[in-house]
Each structure stands twice: as C-alpha cells, then as structure tokens.
Design a protein around this ligand. Sequence first.
Ligand code: G3I
Length: 403
Amino acid sequence: MEKPIVRFIDSSAGARSGHAARRALVAALWLTTSALACAARPAEPAESPSSAPIEVPSLSAKYAPLFPIGAAVDSGSIHTLEALLVRHFNSITTENEMKFESLEPTEGVFDYSTADPMVALAKSHAMKVRGHTLVWHRQTPAWVFQDASGGKAPPELLLSRLRSHIQNVVSHFKGQVYAWDVVNEAILDDGRYRTAEEPEADQRSPWHGILGTSYIAEAFKAAHAADPDAKLFYNEYRNYIPAKRQAVYEMLKQLLADGVPVHGVGLQCHLNIEPSLDPNHHGFHQTVAELEQSIQLYSSLGLEVQVTELDLSVYSPGVKYTPEQFVTLETFSDEMQARQAARYAEFFALFRKHAKVISGVTFWGIADDNTWLSEFSSGRKDFPLLFDVKHEPKKAFYSVMDF
Ligand code: G3I
C-alpha cells in the first residue's frame, strides 16, 4: 500500500483540458444511461438520521446469487455503522484489528480482546469473516525483526516467530475466519519483490531482508497447518499494472508448482474516479480491461479471486491538488457523484461477468464518514464508498444495484 499523497497543482493545461473533455463525455454518457435506468430504480429516500431504517434493497441480498459482499470495519465503525453493515453486507474484514501489531504487540503475548468481539458480532449476524493480514511489511512491531540486543534477528529466529504468530492466530480463529490474507503486498509495481532496501522507509520489507522470498511459502504452509479448512490468499494492490500482474502470476505459479497451499488472490482495488492520462503513471493502467486480464490470468491457475479492499476515490491519479481544490461535502457535486457511479458500475459489471471465479467483493469501509482515504491525507477528504457521510445510499449504490 502507498499512502495517497497530497500533491500540489500541476500546471499542465493540456492535461487538464484532456481530463475536462473526458469528464464531460463520461458525464454525458452517464446522464443518458441513468435517465434510462431511472424508472427501474427505487426512489432515493428522504434525508433521515443515520439510525433510521434504510429503505432501499439490500446490496448483499441482490448479490447473493453471485458472491458475498463484504466491508472492512474497525472496532468503532462496527457499531456506528452497524445498521448499514447488517443490512447490506454479509462478510467483514477487520481493518486493523487482526494485523500483527494488534494481535501480538509483545513477543508471545497475544491480545484478542478487540478482534474477538468483532468476530462475535459478525457471527451473530451470520456474516463471513476474512482475516487480514498475517504477514505484511507494515503494522508489524519492531521486536519481530530484532534479536535480544536490538540487532537484526537471524533468519531462524524470524522464521520461528513467523510460524509461532501464524500458528497462534490462525488456530485462535479456526472455524470463525474462513479466509486469510496470508501475505500482503510482497511485490512492487515494477514486478520486483519488495526488499528491505526500498528508497522509502515505509515501503521496505524486513521479512524479505532477513528471509528473502522464502517467508512467503513459509507463511502459507504455517497457515495451512493451523487451519487446513481456511482459504489462503495472496493479497496485492494495483494488480492491473501489466508488469506487476505478471510477476504476481509467476510467483503464484511457482508456489503452486512447489505444492504450497495457496487458494486465491486478493485484488485490493483501491480505484480512482478515472484512470491517469499519463502512460508513465501507474494509474494509467487502472482500467476494466487491465483488471480483467488479471482476473483471467490468476484464475487460469485454478485460483479463486476476491476483490478485497474496494473503494473509488474522487481524485484523479497523478493530478496534483492544492488545498483549495480538495473536494468537500459542498463541492462533491451531482456530476461528480454520477461519474463515480458510472465507474463503479463498469467495475461491478466486470465482477459479475467473472462471478464464477470471484468468490467475494469487499469494500474498504462502509460509508464516507469512515475511510482511510480521508484519514491519511492532510485534511483532504475523500468520498469513495457507496454510502455518504449521513449513511444514505449514493448514486454509486444505485449504479451497482442496477442490473
Ligand atoms: O490506533 C492508533 C491510535 O491509537 C493513534 O492515536 C492514532 C494516531 O495516528 O493512530 C492509530 O493507528 C492508526 C490505525 O490506522 C488505526 O486508525 C495508524 O496510525 C494508521 O497508520 C492505520 O492506518 C491503516 C493502514 O492500513 C496502515 O497501513 C488504515 O486504517 C487501514 O485502512 C490501512 O489498510 C490497508 C490494508 O491493511 C492493506 N492494503 C491497503 C490498505 C489501505 O491503506
């Protein structure tokens, strides 16, 4: 994962006018199609407090014949957004509460006090639970990679810690967590393995620095030993980039050839309202066609595919925004909402087309008042989900229901 970085305005007028033209075209197309679809769509409910019953059809019920619809929740939002969660979703992922630093902050001291009640709540509503995530370069305590004197842990020590963590955590949730993101984000956009020498500190992987690529297979083996019934996923972002897609494919192919128990690939799908127009920007590849190729390639290995962290930012990738250009509740216009809805619709059409291999679609949040995209970006608010800050369905909700 990379943080959404707030950048400052790019003065390229050509690029901006290209964007504007494309936006106008997309908006026009949306207005035409949405006008046609309007008759079949339920009326948008009048504004109501967040606790009021939501009188639109259930998202997860509509998708039940195809795949479960999940949401990432944290220990707060699972309560503040419970009404929406229970009505529209039938799967949860804990956003941070099952990460290494949350479950084993100190060596050998496991803390399930936050995650357990979340799993219990999901269970009480017959929801599935995805576990996120066992091995990642982020949100892992420093002690994991250190020896007793604070130096670099030797490989055998790190391996025994990896096994012990996974054994404890996966056994603890056995029978309750049906799928795990076992390894998260091991490959970079250019297709190289993430190493301990990446230029940006928060992009470095000490797992790789100490164990090389062997930590990946070891993690899957340990998870399978702890719960042979759990579905084990490799989870990655920007799989639509051709070089990255291919590298992930090669890695998975080799793992399978080596008999490593991998069952699926998670496509995070942190999307934007439009692809980048710059062929050198990673967002250029953020298209339905590129993502479709990834789904086809991974499933050709016999793997399940899940969309694991879906959201759709209202900002364009690679465009530099000044604080005055940040989208606010007031400037998140009907036109912008319509463009966001149209883009959601395109991707959901793709997911439905491949429902035979897609075994779940999970949003990274529920409503726009609780999204990591607003949390990280120096005051820049984002509005990436299907429900608004008042917990009302947005145009995007209706667009993914419209089939
Ligand atoms: O819990 C502490 C709190 O005690 C403290 O006061 C506060 C001050 O900053 O920080 C809180 O922790 C934050 C945590 O979220 C809970 O809100 C961390 O600083 C913050 O770094 C952390 O961010 C999470 C991020 O992963 C960390 O890398 C986001 O919530 C979470 O949505 C995000 O999720 C990742 C997936 O795991 C992997 N794929 C990308 C995705 C989005 O970045």
